[in-house]
Ligand binder design. Structure first.
Ligand code: FES
Length: 74
């Protein structure tokens, strides 16, 4: 799951489930691959259309969102 840049996505309003286990084939979204593990997806309510930056390095303190922590990897 380690990547040095966030996933920047223009999201529509609605409930989103972002992968927390890193095994999804549809990253950054959960595809159910976590089943049988102790991981659960991040559930996020998006109230209106907006662009979000989803963490891909796993080091953000604001998961599932990027907080710039990936910069320490560069
Ligand atoms: S597939 Fe990773 S949390 Fe669901």
């Amino acid at each position: 799951m380690e990547q040095k840049h966030p996933y920047v996505i223009k999201e529509q309003a609605g409930t989103k489930y972002y992968c927390a286990c890193g095994k999804s084939q549809n990253i950054p979204y959960c595809d159910g691959a976590h089943k049988g593990s102790n991981f659960h997806p991040w559930k996020v309510e998006i109230s209106e259309e907006k662009t979000v930056a989803i963490c891909s390095c796993g080091r953000s303190a604001k998961l599932p969102f990027c907080d710039g922590a990936h910069k320490s990897l560069e």
